[in-house]
Design a binder for this molecule. Sequence first.
Ligand SMILES: C[C@@H](N)C(=O)N[C@H](C)C(=O)O
Length: 214
Amino acid sequence: MVLLLSDPRVAQVPVADCGDPVISFPAVIGGSISGAVDGVVRVRRGLAARLVEAAMSLGDGLSPKIIEGHRSAHAQLRIIDTYATELRRLHPELDRAEVTRLSSRFVAPLGVAPHVAGAAVDLTLVGPDLEELDLGTPINATPEQSAGACYFAATNISAQARANRDRLAAALSGAGLVNYPTEWWHWSYGDRYWAAMGGHSHAIYGAITEAHAA
Ligand SMILES: C[C@@H](N)C(=O)N[C@H](C)C(=O)O
């Protein structure tokens, strides 16, 4: 059973922000291309340290390639609005609560949004040539666009894509990150969802404020 980000049990998790700053971080890390800067993302320092740990455990010249880290509240609301509009177009019969629930398979409600806390990354895997591996769907494919193949545990993907997802998961879980099961590419650390899934008493990262500037 997937715990969705719209589930009240996620919003109920208390936050005691540890004050970890948001830092700039290379979008591609680890392996033979350690330190190479192919774009920059911003994430909490503790998350950055765990991403380095995960990258180092991958081996075979593989590296995580981060597509997005911290996201503004404004950008989060824009994604929510766009996807909710699409859901209402596809399913005009849905009531507001159901639109919110289904939306949260793809985008988090603002109050619990891991990216807005600098606590999440959307990422894939690249080889030594920086070519992206086959993970089964493009990043940000919705459940509708991918016939559910965006779910981490989807069975309608190739054996190679399954192996690549499992390899990504072993590295990131091993470093303490938690996956959002409806999106193979979304992993977080320190946010409410991480706390709920890991049985932690509280989240250590809430929404970013000016106080978190490094
Ligand atoms: C919109 C998608 N890339 C994403 O970030 N989804 C997660 C669940 C989020 O909004 O935090």
